[in-house]
Every structure is written in structure tokens, then in C-alpha cells.
Ligand binder design. Structure first.
Ligand SMILES: CCC(=O)SCCNC(=O)CCNC(=O)[C@H](O)C(C)(C)COP(=O)(O)OP(=O)(O)OC[C@H]1O[C@@H](n2cnc3c(N)ncnc32)[C@H](O)[C@@H]1OP(=O)(O)O
Ligand SMILES: O=CC(=O)O
Ligand SMILES: [Mg+2]
Length: 339
């Protein structure tokens, strides 16, 4: 299997290479890197699905309060998610996922206040709070305000809890650079949850622009490519669209591999049967892991001789290539620790 090959490739790293990689911890914080190849939604209203979380191997599990939950079940979902997050975070070392998040309702829905009021009754914070339909940077101030009022300043400003946001409208898409910069500044200036990943809400985006979904996905090409470029401009992870045809595993594989080639970091999934296909598609190949490991090592040697650019296997290498190689090494290191 592709992921296994890559993990084996990583295990061949020598102690010297590992030490070399750690010299670049200042460039990218290796310890805090969270793989998000597959981000699985679990509706908070479904207790049977919530009970499966400890054994789910998706990189990121999203306890869902938004569109996966009927309006008539929001209250029940909030109560079940509060109990689940306390139970799961108490035994967090037993979880198979890297990140347990909660997706609240959007600011524009008018439901976020009730979500946060209820969630703040939990003793534990999740690893990440997830906010959908962020259309403007002003909305982030409203998110900060509602969390600070209900959780208290200390709990939301002195924590490792991360922020993940969804871009799902034409307005959000056009304003992405301002939205992402504001979210990062909010963390820098106030200590509020740090933005770590951005998710493309393609179904809501299609509804917003009036596009019809097609088998070849042409209607989303521009948006997906702009989305990746904006995320990567701010060194943020970019999570690709949901694939809703639950029985079409070939189609899921094709779109996942395409997303990986285009620069996405991972993909949203809605069913456990989609997890492994997506994780494999977003795993670097064994050759790529070997290339990355050797490149990082070569970079370190050249840098110690005062050379920022050099030749490596016939290619010119400088800092951007080092960053790409570090992304690969960080991903494989975390996945290797899990398996
Ligand atoms: C597109 C825009 C978005 O906003 S996406 C995010 C919002 N949507 C969601 O949260 C939906 C998430 N997915 C689901 O609710 C389910 O997968 C849906 C699509 C309803 C299908 O469920 P169901 O009919 O039970 O499927 P199934 O019979 O094939 O299930 C087999 C076993 O797997 C389980 N399962 C299913 N989905 C999940 C899931 N997301 N998380 C955890 N477990 C899941 C089922 O409970 C079932 O378990 P068992 O075999 O009965 O023990
Ligand atoms: O929230 C996800 C979407 O596709 O919409
Ligand atoms: Mg959506």
C-alpha cells in the first residue's frame, strides 16, 4: 500500500538525518504539525456514530453541529457533543486520530451563540474549533467575541486549541487573503486560537454562485486553484472538497489524487469507507520521502558552508524547496508515529 511504503521509507531515516531535520524546527514547527489528509464528519446528533470515534483512524475527526445536523436536532447534538468531547479528551492518548475538532454553526446562521453557550459547559476544549461559512474578516471578530464571553478570556487566549475555518461563498473566496491575514493577526495580537487549516466548502460554494455540479468538476477548477494558492500564501493547510458519491470509490481516488497533485493537504470525507482511499492519495510516495529526507540533509550541509542555493540531483535547490521537503518529512513522521 502506498502509505505503508512511504512510512517504511521514512523509517529508513538515519539518526543523523533526523537530527538534521530538527535543525529546521524554526522554519516549521515539527512538533505541532497536524496531518489532515482525511477530515471525517460525525453528526453530533448521532450517538451511535459518536461512540465510534475512539477507533476511527481519520487524521481529523469533526464533531459536527452545522449542516450535518437537522435544525430540529441542534439541541440534542450540542448536548451529546459536550459529553463526547469530555469523554474523548479525558482519554485523548487513546484516540487514533491526530485531531478532534468541533464544527459550530456559522456567525450568519445566528446559531453560534447557542452552540458556544452549551459547549463552554464542557470541562475540556477540543484540539480545534471549526467555523464554517466565514465570508469576511469582520466575522472573525464576532467569533472571538462569542468564545471570549462564554469561555472566559483565559480559556480561549491561553491554549493550544487551533482554529480551522471554511470558505464557502463567492465573497469569502474573493476576500480570502484578508480573511486569512486577519485570522493570523488575531492569534498574534490576542492569543486567540491559531488558524492552522482552511477548508473549501464546495457544496455551499456551488449553491452560492449558482453552479451545477458535474461529473468532471469543471465548475470548481478556478475556485479550487485559487483556494490552494491563498492558503499556501499564508503557509496554511488547504483541505479539498467533499466527494458525495459514497459508492464511487474510483471517482473518490481520482479526485483525491488530483487534489494532492494540485497542492491540497487533505480532503473532507463523510463516511468511514472513504478514509483510507483519501489518506493513501495524500501520502507522499516512498521515492518522494527519500528525496525529501536527502534534500533536507543536503540543505543543512550546504547551509553550514554558507551556500543558500546548490545543485541536488540535477535541480537547483533553495529555501522554497527545503520547505516543500520539510512538509513531506513532517507528515510522514507523524503518520509513522500513529501506525
Ligand atoms: C457536503 C457538505 C457538508 O457540509 S458535509 C458535512 C455534513 N454532513 C455530514 O456530517 C454527514 C456525515 N455522514 C453521515 O452522516 C453518514 O455517513 C450518511 C451519509 C448519513 C450515511 O450513513 P449510513 O446510512 O448509516 O451509512 P452506512 O449504512 O453505509 O454506514 C455503515 C456504518 O458506518 C457508520 N457510519 C456511517 N457514516 C459515519 C460517519 N460519518 N462517522 C462514523 N460512522 C459512520 C454507520 O453508523 C454504520 O455503522 P454500523 O455498521 O451500523 O455499526
Ligand atoms: O461544508 C462543506 C461544503 O461543501 O459546503
Ligand atoms: Mg458547507
Amino acid at each position: 500500500m502506498r502509505s505503508t511504503i512511504a512510512v517504511d521509507g521514512f523509517r529508513k531515516l538515519t539518526a543523523m538525518s533526523r537530527a538534521t531535520v530538527s535543525q529546521f524546527a524554526g522554519v516549521r514547527d515539527l512538533v505541532k504539525y497536524v496531518p489532515r489528509r482525511a477530515l471525517l464528519y460525525i453528526p453530533g446528533s448521532n450517538q451511535k456514530m459518536l461512540d465510534k470515534v475512539p477507533n476511527i483512524k481519520a487524521d481529523c475527526v469533526v464533531l459536527e453541529l452545522e449542516d450535518g445536523v437537522a435544525m430540529t436536532s441542534k439541541h440534542l447534538a450540542r448536548q451529546q457533543v459536550v459529553k463526547s468531547v469530555d469523554r474523548l479528551m479525558t482519554n485523548r492518548h487513546d484516540l487514533k486520530c491526530f485531531e478532534l475538532g468541533i464544527r459550530v454553526n456559522s456567525v450568519s446562521s445566528g446559531l453560534i451563540e447557542e452552540d458556544v453557550t452549551e459547549l463552554s459547559k464542557a470541562e475540556h476544549l477540543p484540539n480545534a474549533f471549526m467555523v464554517p461559512k466565514v465570508d469576511s474578516s469582520e466575522e472573525l471578530a464576532a467569533v472571538f467575541d462569542v468564545f471570549r464571553r462564554h469561555y472566559g478570556a483565559k480559556r480561549v487566549m491561553d491554549t493550544n486549541t487551533r482554529l480551522v475555518i471554511w470558505i464557502e461563498s463567492a465573497r469569502g473566496m474573493l476576500d480570502m487573503p484578508r480573511i486569512l491575514a486577519s485570522a493570523l493577526n488575531l492569534h498574534k495580537n490576542s492569543g486567540f486560537f491559531k488558524l492552522d487549516a482552511v477548508v473549501f466548502g464546495s457544496d455551499d460554494y456551488c449553491a452560492d454562485i449558482g453552479a451545477q455540479r458535474s461529473a468532471d468538476g469543471n465548475e470548481l477548477v478556478w475556485a479550487r486553484q485559487r483556494f490552494v494558492a491563498c492558503c499556501k500564501a499564508f503557509q496554511l493547510q488547504a483541505i479539498d472538497a467533499v466527494f458525495i458519491d459514497l459508492k464511487d470509490m474510483g471517482g473518490l481516488k481520482k479526485y483525491s489524487e488530483e487534489g494532492h497533485r494540485w497542492g491540497f493537504t487533505g480532503k473532507q470525507v463523510i463516511h468511514p469507507s472513504q478514509v483510507e482511499i483519501v489518506q493513501n492519495a495524500f501520502m507522499p510516495t516512498a521515492e518522494k520521502v527519500e528525496w525529501a529526507t536527502e534534500l533536507v540533509h543536503a540543505f543543512s550541509q550546504h547551509e553550514s558552508q554558507g551556500k543558500g542555493a546548490f545543485q541536488f540531483r540535477g535541480q537547483m535547490i533553495d529555501r522554497p524547496l527545503l520547505l516543500q521537503a520539510l512538509n513531506i518529512v513532517q507528515m510522514v513522521e507523524r503518520v509513522g508515529q500513529q501506525s
